[in-house]
Design a protein around this ligand. Structure first.
Ligand code: NAD
Ligand code: DAU
Length: 352
């Protein structure tokens, strides 16, 4: 394997930490530099098992700081970037959109500019892998799937900011010849996800005997993928993807929120030795999310047929593993639930 220095942004977050771990362990000849601002969602404990590896280094910094990003690129000879750093929670984008515009659009452009300045004359050897979301395609009705050709129709400040970042990445490709690959993935779940997102929030509340807030009637549908399968897809795209192409990533695994939560309740009753039905009594329907997208579903034909990727973890298996991880990692959970989380939670759910 050729030696490479790879910048991974957002590596202390949920998906980023799984990508960093996979690359550090699988590619000892690569030097992996993890750049993360360590926002409320970034947590170096996510990487405690690899932080002593010789091919791993961490840099604390903000992608919205153009001077800092330029210096970082000057100080390291990056061969490639895997860009995950972003503000990622839809509800937070509704109450405070500016952070999303700044981190997701300006931050991405700063990275593209620095890469362009430093890679000028040598672009053929380089790669900018941009990790995006299926939410850029908008909301589906009862039928149909998002393909790579689906027109963009983002409907929340978060998805609009991610769509903006995708457009910037494509613009740098077409205008300046930046070698890029874009992936648009469906909902991830698994260990290390910050408990503001549906699955870890529900696990934590069920564990503590607290109500589980389900928005609206719980009829919205998401297509769930185990986070390690997403990390495997990113690895494959990084090594075998075609420059300039977009790949949709998803698990063919659509669930109505209410059905997912009921399944989680059954698992929690079993794991916690509770009388069946104890957990489902905690389900509480609350005021809907503003502009709540009804359904996301990915057509993953391109990545499965052209690159041979397929999800390896079934939903039942993945959910059990996820529940076990949260039950076994009380210290991690306690640490992330202290401080900022409490005020966020009270504000977000008080009026519902
Ligand atoms: P996350 O919120 O768990 O992690 C984001 C990370 O980015 C954190 O470590 C945070 O500290 C860092 N970060 C945020 N702003 C930064 C800044 N200005 N400078 C440097 N670092 C900054 O998010 P996630 O769920 O792991 O998502 C990672 C990426 O994957 C995002 O780009 C997201 O849009 C995309 N994505 C997520 C999902 C999902 O289901 N979670 C699905 C598809 C795509
Ligand atoms: O589709 C990919 C996207 O998936 C990623 O780009 C985002 O970063 C990620 O956060 C996720 O977005 P969602 O909005 O789909 O995820 P979330 O976990 O916030 O919500 C999942 C569904 O559950 C959604 O229909 C809203 C609903 N929900 C969520 C929360 C937090 C509830 O019913 N109650 C809740 O308390």
């Amino acid at each position: 394997m050729k030696q490479k220095t790879v910048l991974i942004t957002g590596g202390a977050g949920f998906i980023g930490s799984h990508v960093v771990r996979r690359f550090v362990k699988s590619y000892p000849d690569y030097r992996i530099v993890n750049l993360d601002k360590l926002t409320y969602a970034g947590n170096l404990d996510n990487l405690s098992d690899v932080d002593q590896y010789r091919n791993y280094g961490f840099v604390k910094g903000d992608i919205t700081d153009a001077c800092f990003i330029d210096e970082l690129f000057e100080n390291h000879s990056f061969d490639a970037v895997i860009h995950l750093a972003a503000e990622s929670h839809v509800d937070r984008s509704i109450s405070g959109p500016m952070e999303f515009i700044s981190a997701n659009i300006i931050g991405t452009v700063n990275l593209l500019n620095a890469a362009r300045d430093n890679w000028d004359g040598n672009m053929g050897e380089k790669l900018f892998c941009h990790i995006s979301t299926d939410e850029v395609y908008g909301s589906l009705g009862d039928n149909g799937l998002f393909t790579e050709e689906t027109a963009y129709d983002p409907r929340s400040p978060y998805s609009a900011s991610k769509a903006g970042s995708d457009h910037m990445v494509r613009a740098w490709h077409h205008t300046y010849g930046m070698p890029v690959i874009i992936s648009n993935c469906s909902n991830n779940y698994g260990p290390n996800q910050f408990p503001e997102k549906l699955i870890p929030l529900a696990i934590n509340n069920l564990k503590n005997g607290q109500q589980v807030p389900v928005y609206g009637k719980g009829e919205n549908i998401r297509d769930w993928l185990y986070v390690e399968d997403h990390a495997a897809a990113i690895d494959l795209l990084f090594h075998n993807g075609i420059t300039g192409e977009t790949y949709n990533v998803g698990g063919n695994n659509e669930w109505r929120n209410i059905d997912l939560i009921r399944m989680l309740c059954e698992i929690m009753d079993k794991k916690l030795d509770r009388v069946p039905g104890t957990s489902s009594d905690l389900i509480t329907f609350v005021k809907d999310r503003a502009g709540h997208d009804l359904r996301y579903a990915i057509d993953n034909t391109k990545i499965t047929t052209e690159l041979g990727w397929k999800p390896s973890v079934s939903f039942e298996q993945g959910l059990e593993r996820t529940v076990d991880w949260y039950l076994e990692n009380e210290k991690w959970l306690k640490a992330v639930l202290s401080g900022e989380y409490k005020s966020y939670y009270n504000k977000q759910y008080r009026e519902r």
